[in-house]
Design a protein around this ligand. Structure first.
Ligand code: HEC
Length: 210
């Protein structure tokens, strides 16, 4: 009887850990994995940015996000409930809902204690194709505001041709490096990591392969 119970507990444990891994990756780094989701999907004009603070929420930084988070308790966290579709369901129309990968990443991060963690990953600048290295950066940091339905500033960064158009316009690097004469991106807060900027720069120098 005891052995059966032990086996059951072990299999439940294995199942839980593998599920979490498959859905959101092993870590849950605030600066690299979680903040980009909020900035790209929640801080548009009229929404949860430092200026508009809709419903009292500025979701462009850690302190603001923590107002709606109970560490280790996703189901009691206001923010987690709304992205899961509970009333109110966020992001609201015309913006698209978060992918289940993003929802699970936020859940994992809350379960791990919702810390303000940064620099969790080693810098990988070895891979320079659009699909391997650049697309994921755009997806997490930029596409929420720059997609085909909402091409802020005229830029749709959801596919290869849109990203190369921004390069041809000489706007991409200046904006992500926050150089003078450019509008700093992502809009409303944060900056993509030096490692990600280096990867994008090297990719452009190599001719921006798809
Ligand atoms: C919260 C929404 C939002 C996010 C996230 C965002 N952008 Fe923007 N972006 C805008 C808006 C709005 C404009 C137009 C601003 C204007 O014209 O005043 C813009 C303009 C730009 C421009 C033109 C800049 C210039 O100097 O003219 C570029 C390039 C750009 N974005 C790239 C990016 C990249 C790359 C990312 C991700 C790292 C990103 N954006 C993330 C909303 C966003």
């Amino acid at each position: 009887m005891k052995i059966k119970l032990a086996l059951l507990l072990i299999s439940v444990f294995v199942l839980l850990t593998t599920c979490t891994k498959d859905q959101a990756g092993p870590d849950g780094c605030f600066q690299e994995d979680v903040l980009p989701i909020f900035i790209s999907n929640c801080t548009m004009s009229g929404c949860h940015n430092p200026k508009d603070k809709r419903a009292g929420y500025d979701l462009s930084n850690y302190e603001g996000i923590m107002k709606g988070i109970k560490p280790k308790h996703p189901l009691n966290s206001e923010i987690y409930k709304t992205i899961k579709g509970n009333n109110p369901s966020m992001p609201e129309r015309p913006y698209t809902k978060l992918s289940s990968k993003d929802v699970n990443m936020i859940k994992l991060w809350i379960n791990m204690g919702a810390r303000n963690s940064a620099n969790c990953k080693s810098c990988d600048t070895s891979n320079f194709t659009y699909s391997d290295r650049i697309k994921p950066i755009m997806q997490s940091w930029c596409v929420g505001c720059h997609n085909s339905g909402n091409n802020s500033g005229g830029f749709n960064l959801s596919d290869y041709s849109g990203v190369t158009a921004a390069i041809a316009n000489n706007k991409l690097l200046g904006s992500i490096k926050h150089q003078t004469g450019f509008i700093a991106m992502p809009q409303n807060g944060g900056q993509i990591s030096p490692c990600e900027i280096a990867a994008i720069e090297k990719w452009i120098v190599k001719g921006a392969p798809n």
